[in-house]
Design a protein around this ligand. Sequence first.
Ligand SMILES: *Cc1c(COP(=O)(O)O)cnc(C)c1O
Length: 352
Amino acid sequence: MTTGSNPEPPRFNQFASDNYAGICPEAWRAMDDANHGFEPSYGDDAWTERACTSIRKVFETDCQVFFVFNGTAANSLALASLCRSYHSVICHELAHVETDECGAPEFFSNGTKILHIPGPGGKLDLSATEQAILRRTDIHYPKPRVLSLTQSTELGTVYTPDEIGAAGILARRYGLRVHMDGARFANAVVASGVSPATLTWKAGVDVICLGGAKNGMAIGEAVVFFNRELADEFEYRCKQAGQLASKMRFISAPWIGMLEGGTWLRNAAHANRLARILADELEQIPGVRLMSPCQANAVFTEMSARTTAALHAAGWHFYSFIGTGGARFMCSWQTSEDDVRKLVAAVRAAAR
Ligand SMILES: *Cc1c(COP(=O)(O)O)cnc(C)c1O
């Protein structure tokens, strides 16, 4: 597990995504720890058992846990388990399940329709959500069955426990279930300062897709069912979708490394802190405006096309088509204060 005599690659100037980062030392070490001798395959091993226990401790409840390879599979299979083919899922118009999963939720649920609605700051607007639920109740319309929330959101904002609770109450009133896309759930936990339980099942969330990769792992997301009935036969969905790892211990063990010593929250706190610094600095630059409040590890700015082009030409990698346009700068566990300083200087120069 060494890089031998390979030369250090040049530092890559990027704020493109938190998945540009490497594997954090704690996740890497846990994978190494699991790499001794033989272990049963397909999740019947001690590492997977311990990782499930860690997740139950984090959420303070006896949830059902499944490990899959990525977020698209986690979301799609979770949604498929909450719906029948004639149902619909209500989500924000910028939700990953709508804009970034290439129709996988519809595919894995055999036709469940995604209904997307607007809302400020990447959050579901609950009165618009209620209208979407009530718009039609006849047999010709796909029956709303799930509310899907992303926490933290695609625009780097964070739902408060009260907002999630209100969504949960609305969902219950109309017999809907609540799915949470938690690709950046750690960032939301740190930002809101309340327990993972308060942000999920205590507020009415039935299932969360808990992100590992963007938090510092190599691979993997956990599908966590608080409503255990909904997890019935979920293992068959995973297998059929090619999401049952045979050497499961190598995708489950890193969760132990992330969760048991609190690394998942430290990584998120670091990323959030640097995003805050970046937002505060960028806001000072004439011609640069924050597009949505920086509450987690993303900074969305509006700046001129000339400034964006100059930054790209100077070798900076970041997305300018995600969310509502503008430039998105993501911080990760691996982003350094020096990276932030360099980007700020580059934006200042480009905006001149
Ligand atoms: C990154 C991300 C995912 C997971 O994407 P994969 O590339 O499929 O792992 C899910 N939801 C959100 C909001 C994300 O940003």
